[in-house]
Design a protein around this ligand. Structure first.
Ligand code: G3P
Ligand code: CA
Length: 368
């Protein structure tokens, strides 16, 4: 479809030249450009750092992403007992740290209700930052190397921004930060709200405001609505698997459902993309909400990107990985084919565990 529209535009350019309308700049070979909301190249967001190569959410992982030239590094943030923000994918420490082999912390294992479910494990919110600093990161993905296990600390948000500040010194185009507030309703109920602390730190590092190289993201809506009242920093409404309702064709989005897990700081939960556009600048859907797996031999293309663009929302989709086992069969084990398809659809940004591959895919796409 898109190749067809490119051909159509090229023919139109040739026709304009031939008819002598004076639009001489529009030569047939003029690149048509990206089909993104603003015509800019899609962003490469280093998901948990370059987490395909280093244990996720470590300074080593973010540093490698910066070295690759990613546009943004993406820390997920949770709170410690003393209110510090640290980078972890979950409030639980079990999978991504060596907490299980620290006998001094064995009694901290507990059961808490998170997002309506009883969950047992070691919660960051039961540890001080000083205690967290005695732990080391480990590789949680069994398909990836464990060679770096035990080498890296759990970083604070401030340490990540220190790294970024140093990396950005002298750069014309700064690398940005894309923090996610993890389980905001859970943290609010614990008396450890993430949002004001996040804003305070961003301000300390001069990274707040509409033009800052920052996107704040959340799977919940109430905390983003709360934040919208306090900052103009760009925001992203993430979408989990059940967040979108489609029409009978399976392609047109007709409803939105975002869970807020007891957080009442928002006006109301959004029921449409237009509702989201009132407090967010982008949506962050799962890639299978754009290209759906219906069990057919190829993925079903939805109109989510066009619908989001129509109400002014950027679309940044997660998560791109290189391992062939994570790819849909139609890509034949080649991650570049997956990027190529999503770039053709006009995506504005991709979260990738392998930002070097995403950057290579973008370079190739640009040169087509
Ligand atoms: O933040 C969006 C992307 O990271 C998907 O979520 O679960 O990997 O933090 P998650
Ligand atoms: Ca995330």
């Amino acid at each position: 479809m898109l190749n067809e529209s490119r051909r159509t535009l090229a023919c139109l350019a040739a026709l304009l030249l031939w008819t002598g309308t004076g639009v001489t700049a529009m030569a047939a070979e003029t690149p048509i450009g990206w089909q993104t909301l603003k015509g800019a190249a899609p962003l490469v967001i280093a998901h948990r750092g370059a987490s395909g190569y280093r244990p996720e959410h470590t300074l080593a992982s973010y540093a490698l992403a910066i070295e690759f030239g990613a546009d943004f590094i993406e820390p997920d943030l949770v709170a410690t007992r003393d209110g510090h923000l640290i980078a972890r994918h979950e409030p639980l420490l079990d999978e991504t740290t060596d907490v299980g082999v620290h006998p001094e912390f064995a009694s901290r294992k507990t059961t808490r209700t998170m997002d309506g479910k009883a969950i047992s494990g070691f919660f960051a919110s039961d540890f001080t930052l000083q205690e967290i600093k005695t732990l080391r990161a480990v590789q949680p993905n069994p398909a990836r190397s464990k060679q770096y296990d035990g080498q890296f600390e759990i970083p604070t948000f401030e340490e990540i921004l220190e790294l970024l500040t140093k990396a950005n010194a002298g750069r014309n185009r700064p690398i940005g930060v894309y923090p996610e507030t993890k389980h905001p309703g859970f943290h609010l109920a614990l008396g450890l709200p993430l949002e004001d602390r996040l804003l305070t730190i961003l301000r300390e590092y001069h990274l707040e405001g509409r033009d800052a190289p920052v996107f704040i993201q959340s799977f919940e809506s109430a905390n983003l609505q709360y934040l919208r009242g306090k900052t103009t920093t760009r925001q992203v409404q993430l979408m989990d698997e059940g967040a979108l309702e489609y029409d009978a064709t399976g392609q047109q989005v007709i409803g939105v459902r975002i869970a807020d897990h007891g957080d009442r700081r928002g006006d109301k939960s959004p029921t449409s993309l237009a509702d989201i556009a009132r407090y967010a600048d982008a949506i962050g859907p799962w890639k299978r909400q754009i290209l759906r797996d219906t069990g057919a031999s190829s993925l079903l293309r939805t109109r989510l990107i066009e619908q989001a663009h129509a109400v002014g929302l950027l679309v940044h989709t997660y998560t791109f990985r290189n391992e062939p086992a994570t790819l849909a069969p139609q890509y034949q084990g080649d991650p570049l084919q997956e990027y190529r398809q999503i770039f053709d659809l006009g995506i504005d940004g991709v979260f990738s565990d392998f930002p070097d591959t995403a950057l290579e895919a973008r370079r190739r796409h640009r040169e087509r």
